[in-house]
Design a protein around this ligand. Structure first.
Ligand code: BG6
Length: 797
């Protein structure tokens, strides 16, 4: 008897629940937007306008809105500020003024100011929102908290939002954060962990306003819509280099308390320029409208970035900067800042698409113009027979071929996408992009504007408006996820650490900078093109580091000597080897390098392996100067050392590596196996005139070099190119290039390091040519150059 009744009651209850559920579903939806820091600079300049824009876009599409401007400012003062800001809001140019006025009045009605300071204020805000929603018969679908506040306030605010201001069940929460997101990897991690204890990842929207710039937001759609044309071009075979640039005319005056702590790399390179870099470099997802795929591909691009070295950067500081810091931060007259206001960085990406392509990132304050752009310059191997006057922009292979994402300002004055006409005619969505009108006389990146297909947005939109709309539409790919943020800091932090004491080059600012900041890259190193002018700015802790001293240049045994502290010396030698390689490959298509073994070159190998991005390894032949008669896999083998410290880190084609054949058929270095002859034949077959481009030697404490030992005549003269020798120390059997062969080289570098070498270095500096006693003294290239690289310990003791 009981059961049907219970059943009925249950059914009735379910119906009521279902009905009320359905009713709730049917209720008009409301989104509340709470702007914290609503009276601040950013909010007044951009955020209120962005919110108004969102309202204009979304009104009548099924959502009701409420806008709560909040700050620490008292209610009265805040209301006053907000009233003024709301009054100044503008509609898009093509909207009828009557309609604009009507919508603006509605927006003003829906916006209020309130003080948000204490935990109770948050509770009250939440209650008020709930009451208002209920009162108006709406259903709350979500809350957006936009934190336009300094980051030190994030954690408190986050705690308050989480504990008392989350919307009810079924409604979403989005929390928007403004940079800086940390100062380095550690602080970014810390902040991320703290925020992560209050919010889910999908609830956080970290803003990088460059991702809201129309042209930046167009990079992926452009790549997607022009896949057919770009597929074959967007890679190392065709791209010469990529430049990602943000130049500013303004300086940091008025912001030095922030700037002093951050500097240009943290302020714009770590975020804006890196974001742009990933959009250019990432593999294009099949579906570019899928935020998840975009974010995942972006992360992969981060993972392929090659670590930066100290020499990947050039730094500058405009001359007035330290004075501004002293004034604004009340520092003593003796204070000199080392904070860079200008940086050029060379980035390489280690994947098949981009290997070897330089990505140049550059930004600076107090430069000659304000402009931001990405320039993708394509390689050009064409030679045009007809004279220039017959070149036709659309067909000539001789004109520069480039794609420019012109982010803004500059001579063009507006954002644009430019594709040189000799590349292809790009497709851009015609509803939102129009062809740029001709501007006779305007030249951009070496071409008249008319040589480009040029498109600009039909309606220019400010970055924040776009981002606010993307927050509303849940477009997470326009924001910086925790993973991406940390990946970026992983990339930048080691460089920032290594540059912490670097004295920047000082520049006067504006047009007066002339060529002072021009820089160039050779191998993996960036350096200013002009030599350093006199500058006397010792920085706050002015005790110079050993590495601050100049590399000493002198003569040793009548040949050039370079002397420095070990680290500097190795860097210099590696740079010189790379320069020789680049020159040789440019002239002859290949570079023949003969390397010694032992412990001194290990640091050099490591430096070459990790720090030399543009070394032409693919065209380099590696030879051994000498070898111990042990199997090639033996740890004592010179080849093993080369393999461990260099070969396994670089991509030298296997057939370009020439180990010495110490182990052929019989015993190790058996005369009858004719290994030395075989090596000599290989050299003769591949190295023109047996003249290596560069031979790297060392000097033993007994004056030996290669495996040519005192009192042992083998290899000191005669016809033989490669010889078997006997070493006084084990393993005794050796194979070595002969002195005559060494002396045929175009360049011989002798690396001598450590206090142990001091005595022999002194001795050899005084003796004449007597290779039987001191084989090293027999090194004097017939027509090539000899350079001695000695560290201070070896040279000065
Ligand atoms: C900000 C930096 O993020 O970007 C400023 O903090 C810089 O130093 C600004 O001036 C540049 O942005 P935009 O939009 O003017 O290129």
């Amino acid at each position: 008897m009981k059961r049907p009744c219970v059943w009925k009651m249950l059914m009735a209850a379910m119906c009521v629940a279902l009905l009320s559920g359905l009713q709730a579903q049917d209720l008009p939806r409301q989104v509340s937007i709470i702007l914290l820091g609503a009276t601040g600079d950013l909010a007044r300049k951009y955020l209120w306008q962005g919110l108004f824009h969102l309202y204009l876009e979304e009104v009548g599409k099924g959502h009701h809105f409420r806008f709560h401007g909040t700050a620490l400012t008292s209610t009265e003062q805040g209301q006053e500020v907000i009233a003024k800001v709301l009054e100044s809001l503008s509609c898009p140019g093509d909207m009828a003024s009557g309609h604009c006025a009507e919508l603006k009045a509605q927006f003003q009605q829906l916006s209020e100011y309130r003080q948000l300071k204490t935990p109770e204020d948050y509770v009250a805000l939440s209650k008020d929102i709930e009451a208002q929603v209920e009162h108006e018969g709406l259903r709350e679908t979500g809350r957006i908290f936009y934190l336009s506040v300094p980051p030190f306030a994030y954690v408190d605010i986050a705690r308050n939002i989480n504990s008392s201001c989350r919307p009810g069940p079924g409604a979403w929460l989005r929390v928007v954060l403004e940079k800086p997101f940390g100062h380095d990897l550690h602080s970014a991690q810390q902040l991320a962990t703290e925020l992560g204890s209050f919010f889910q990842e999908e609830e956080m929207y970290r803003v990088d306003h460059y991702l809201g710039k129309q042209v930046v937001a167009q990079i992926l759609p452009f790549r997607d819509q022009n896949r057919a044309a770009l597929d074959g071009l967007w890679n190392r075979h065709h791209v010469e280099r990529v430049e990602i640039v943000m130049k500013e005319t303004l300086d940091a005056e008025g912001r030095t308390s922030f700037y002093e702590e951050y500097g240009v790399i943290r302020d714009v390179l770590q975020n804006h320029l890196t974001e742009v870099l990933t959009l250019v470099a990432m593999e294009l997802p099949v579906n570019v409208s899928s935020p998840e795929s975009v974010l995942q591909h972006k992360l992969q691009a981060f993972q392929a970035l090659r670590s930066l070295q100290r020499h990947s950067a050039v730094l500058g500081q405009y001359q007035a900067y330290s004075g501004q810091v002293r004034r604004e931060l009340q520092k003593p007259d003796s204070f000199h800042s080392l904070t860079p206001t200008f940086a050029g960085i060379l980035v390489h990406i280690d994947n098949l698409r981009w290997e070897g392509v330089p990505f140049i990132l550059m930004s600076g304050k107090a430069l000659d113009e304000r402009v931001s752009y990405v320039r993708i310059l394509f390689k050009n191997q064409a030679f045009c027979v007809q004279s220039e006057k017959h070149w036709v922009a659309a067909q000539s292979h001789c004109l520069p071929r480039q794609i420019i994402f012109y982010i803004g300002h500059g001579e063009l004055g507006s954002p644009a996408v430019l594709v040189s006409r000799n590349l292809f005619q790009p497709a851009l969505p015609s509803a939102s992009w129009k062809e740029v009108e001709g501007r006779p006389g305007l030249h951009l990146f070496g071409l008249p504007l008319s040589d480009y297909y040029a498109y600009s947005p039909v309606r220019e939109q400010d970055a924040y408006s776009l981002l606010i709309s993307h927050i509303f539409h849940c477009r997470k790919d326009s924001f910086v996820t925790t993973e991406n943020l940390l990946a970026s800091w992983v990339f930048w932090t080691p460089l920032l650490d290594s540059l912490a004491h670097e004295v920047p080059r000082f520049y006067p600012g504006g047009a007066e900078n002339g060529q002072l900041l021009d820089f160039e890259f050779s191998g993996g190193h960036l350096s200013f093109s002009q030599p350093l002018p006199e500058q006397l700015v010792p920085g706050p802790d002015s005790a110079p580091l050993p590495s601050d001293f100049q590399v000493l240049r002198a003569k040793y045994r009548e040949s050039p000597l370079i002397s420095a502290w070990p680290e500097e010396l190795i860097a210099r030698l590696a740079g010189d080897i790379e320069a020789a390689a680049v020159r040789a490959v440019r002239r002859f298509g290949k570079f023949h390098l003969a390397l010694s073994g032992g412990s001194s070159p290990v640091a050099l190998f490591q430096q070459l392996a990790t720090g030399h991005y543009s070394f032409p390894w693919a065209h380099t032949h590696l030879w051994l100067v000498d070898e111990r008669c042990v199997p090639l896999w033996d740890p004592e083998s010179n080849f093993q050392g080369l393999q461990t410290h260099l070969l396994q880190h670089v991509r030298v084609p296997h057939y370009n590596v020439h180990p010495m054949p110490v182990h052929r058929r019989q015993r190790l270095c058996a005369e009858e196996d004719q290994g030395a002859q075989a090596y000599a034949e290989e050299i003769s077959a591949l190295v023109t005139n047996g003249s290596f481009d560069l031979v790297l030697l060392g000097m033993g404490t007994d004056g030996h070099t290669a495996s040519l030992f005192p009192q042992s005549p083998a290899g000191l003269d005669g016809e033989q190119l490669v010889v078997l020798t006997t070493s006084p120390s084990s393993p005794h059997r050796r194979m070595s290039l002969s002195l005559p062969l060494i002396n045929r080289a175009r360049k011989v570098a002798v690396l001598v390091m450590g206090r142990m070498k001091r005595e022999i270095a002194m001795l050899v500096s005084r003796v004449g040519r007597d290779p039987k006693k001191w084989p090293i003294s027999g090194v004097l290239p017939d027509s090539g150059q000899l350079v001695w690289y000695m560290d201070y310990d070896a040279f000065l003791g």
